[in-house]
Design a protein. Structure first.
Lengths: 335, 335
DNA sequence: TTGTACGCGTTATCAC
DNA sequence: GTGATAACGCGTACAA
């Protein structure tokens, strides 16, 4: 019923408009040298025939696809939806298309990267991937990528471009706040060890606390950035303590964990936030602002970061493009 | 530093392996007629050179891209993240790639469709798009799509393939439940009128109630599937009522709305759910199961639906492919 | 089983 | 400003 336009090509339009095929192509290029009159004529013919340039062929011929691959593995964190929105918006409004690749599981990262390279994308963006350095190394030894961008995570790998918030500065701001507000028995709740390690948030917080109070705060880690799991982990931790040994604040590596904490604090321990125990997060997910959580958290300048990412894509440089951004603390009632 | 593999092509591999280029291609095709020995030889050479077939060229030559466009406009609803995950998982595990297109705003739907068609995708999937029928009609009159699939929404448009839950059956099940549990003063909270109209959930519920109790339940609609907005709208509605005129249950078109309702019921009106007012949703988003909401809601068989979608892609049929699925009610404590 | 024209719809580049 | 030639890397059909 709807068969693809029976392949209307530039040739057809050329014939209809009485010009050459190359003129048709020029009409569709922004800065081409072509007389307004001819262009007008061509465009009218194209319109009538329903012709639109074929981007596959264009990519093949020019070796530039205006396409980037976006690799994601963790769909449980609602923050990912926000990142997807910001990224695709920035990309698309500046003429870039996005190939979304769901990295099905740990073993699939390699194949996923390969997949992207087979589509000959202009860049591959890793967002929250549980990337081994070994995977990255493999990807690079095959020299299969024009640009490999790690978004919202710093990376020490010299072959990648990392666009992220300044975690150290952010964590210090959070620690400063915790200290200033008079909290003295923080519990740091980190994410999965392998991922968390890249963030250095936990380490920064511990260092800060050590410096100022000469004690290392308690720290536990959750196996995934999942609210339910965070709640469970926290429950186990607190169940083993006397009431007096409870922390006065739980500093979470991100909002997903923080929200899970608040839920169990209220509904399992029957405690109030922040009266009994305060909670602080990271990301400022949409939920954080709801009347239910009113979470104090740190907001990354995602839009700015996404726009910078497009700058990177459009840049000819391929190195020294790493950039760290400063966000800001959003103070609400949870801490 | 990372220049794309200097364009290793099948020719290079052919030369290295001492065979013709076409033999190289065969080696990479699943069911090709080629001797195991030759294939082995070819693959080894390919491995060494770091060759992988170029999917752009393959698509151009075969007119089959194994690529689908996924158009989304509403990123505020957390359910979208779940849908994205299920869809990309089903697609990718069966060899399909996904082009994610963020329909930036109402006016951008047309350009977004065009964009997809320029990439010559094998199908375009609309998920929660505020599609005008006029837009669809336009898209089709240009006959630019092989397959146009509406996912998780029914559509009357004969040129599209709709894969959705059976809203009427689902809503009846919900209404049945509401009635059986003894609720008698339901308030129906619908989404934006234009989108909501496609769902027919509101209408179905009203009809059911009319049939059984001879009264039409109150109904209000929210301008977007946004929890905050839902809360605001509900607040306005209830503020204009006497306490005795409050509904005993709020039936929501989806979980995003339901969650917004629970939040204001608790934190603005200081009411308890379900004791004072019960709430029921639709979708079963991850949050719905949290200790905080314990939302009674309706779960669509998303995985099954996503798999069927891939069946559709792989089918030669192009019509009569619509399918409605049955989900089930997940009863928790909110109603 | 393996090899050969030819075509897919563009872009780059040069000639006019 | 406009037309023409040669890639781009692979698939299809058919021949060997």
């Amino acid at each position: 019923m709807t068969g693809l336009n029976e392949s209307i090509t530039a040739d057809d339009v050329a014939r209809a408009a009485g010009v050459s095929r190359w003129t048709v192509n020029r009409a569709f290029k922004k800065d081409a040298s072509i007389s307004p009159k001819t262009r007008e004529k061509v465009m009218r013919a194209a319109e009538e025939l329903g012709y639109v340039p074929d981007l596959r062929a264009a990519a093949l011929a020019s070796d530039r696809s205006n396409l980037v691959a976006l690799l994601i593995d963790d769909f449980t964190n609602p923050h990912k939806l926000v990142m997807l929105e910001r990224l695709t918006r920035a990309l698309r409004s500046r003429g870039w298309d996005t190939l979304l690749v769901n990295t099905l599981n740990r073993e699939d990262t390699g194949p996923a990267l390969l997949n992207a390279s087979q589509r000959r994308v202009d860049a591959t963006i890793l967002i929250g991937i549980q990337f081994d350095d070994s995977v990255l190394a493999a990807a690079h030894s095959a020299r299969r990528f024009k640009k490999l961008i790690i978004f919202a995570r710093t990376s020490e790998n010299p072959n990648t471009i990392s666009i992220a918030v300044d975690d150290a500065a952010a964590t210090k701001e959070i620690a400063e706040y915790v200290m200033t507000r008079g909290y003295r028995r923080p519990l740091y709740l980190a994410g999965p060890r392998t991922v968390s390690a890249h963030l250095m948030r936990k380490e920064t917080f511990q260092e800060f606390w050590q410096t100022h109070f000469n004690v290392t705060p308690d720290t536990i880690s959750v196996e995934a950035y999942d609210p339910a799991l965070a709640g469970q982990t926290l429950t186990e931790e607190l169940s083993g303590r006397e009431r007096e040994a409870y922390p006065d604040i739980i500093v979470c590596e991100n909002d997903a964990l923080a929200i899970g904490c608040i839920d169990v604090l209220r509904h399992h321990f029957d405690l109030q936030v922040p009266r009994d125990i305060a909670v602080i997060g990271f990301d400022d997910v949409p939920q954080a602002g709801s009347p239910n959580y009113r979470l104090t958290t740190y907001r990354q300048p995602l839009t700015e970061m996404a726009n910078y990412l497009v700058d990177v894509l459009e840049s000819d440089e391929t190195t020294k493009l790493d950039k760290k951004f400063l966000g800001h603390l959003v103070t609400r009632e949870s801490a």
